[in-house]
Write a protein that binds this ligand. Sequence first.
Ligand SMILES: Cc1ncc(COP(=O)(O)O)c(C=O)c1O
Length: 360
Amino acid sequence: MAHRIINFSAGPATLPLSVLQTIQEDMLDYHGEGMSLIEMSHRSKTFDALVVETEALVRELMGFSEDYQTLFLQGGATGQFAAVALNLIREGKTAEYIDTGAWSNKAIKEAEKLGKSYRVIASSKESNHNHIPGNFKVGNDAAYLHITSNNTIFGTQWQEFPDTGDIPLVADMSSDFYCKRFDPNKFALIYAGAQKNAGPSGVVIVVIRKDLLERSPVNIPTILNYKIYAEKNSLYNTPNTFGIYVVNLVMHWIKDMGGIDAVEKHNRQKAQLLYDELDRTDFWRPHARKDCRSLMNVTWRLPNEELEKKFVAEALEQELSGLKGHRSVGGIRASIYNAMSKEGVQRLVDFMQEFERKNG
Ligand SMILES: Cc1ncc(COP(=O)(O)O)c(C=O)c1O
């Protein structure tokens, strides 16, 4: 049995052990084909069947209607910052963004660089993004409203999604993809880099409402054109075959866990364990406002930077890795994605209590 430590990395992140074991078993001979999946043509019947199944699984697990299609693309969520603007902003329309942190900002910058008409209708910048802004009004002329459903760096998460009526709602769900139930049919487009909750890096999942495909202009780069990739069922060029295969395994893992509701229950229990500890003593200084706390990325400071360094170093000695916070918040960040076990979080909480007892 391989030695595995508890990995709180923000992404690429821990994957379910059973998924890793299946990959290991399949590696030399995928389903009796005499070769691994990553050596197989993306035009083969076997791979085609895998894409067809995964495309449907992604939709079914969350309850997307038949009006949606899943695409598996490359270029990460960062590629989607440009793709969304290029495909969906039409002449005379303005894209609207809500700025909830570094990733929202990168999406906004991309629209700006492309010379698109855009406006930022709300921002949490003045409080170093410790909350999700509540007071905003979506314009009648908006091409779409773009939100970041979970802010990986700051540890905030939308608790309820805005109702935008006929204006397409677009979300970057890279760091909370399928962590809890929501009504997916409210969205026009959801995208997520797979490397946190859904698989390895190098594949980005896009679920798009099919009527929006008509917006894709012909004169944008083919690699970013939703319509072309939808027509070819993600196989216009060579996709990340390994990435799609792992996403398939992770979707099956979610199903086997009991589906989204079971995963959500597990996630809420894990987050509760950690937030209860953060609220137990003033020694911990949580960054996110209580009503905006993320189920996936938990961020907090300690009384000083020296103690923060000590915390990260001593945690690693206990085989609790990846806890150093992002420089724009500082302190500690524990990423507790779907595949993180409750036992893993409990180990962290036990360590925190011991650390506070010695240093508090
Ligand atoms: C919310 C969010 N959006 C976008 C990205 C960028 O993703 P990628 O590295 O796949 O381009 C990240 C990466 O951490 C993220 O957390």
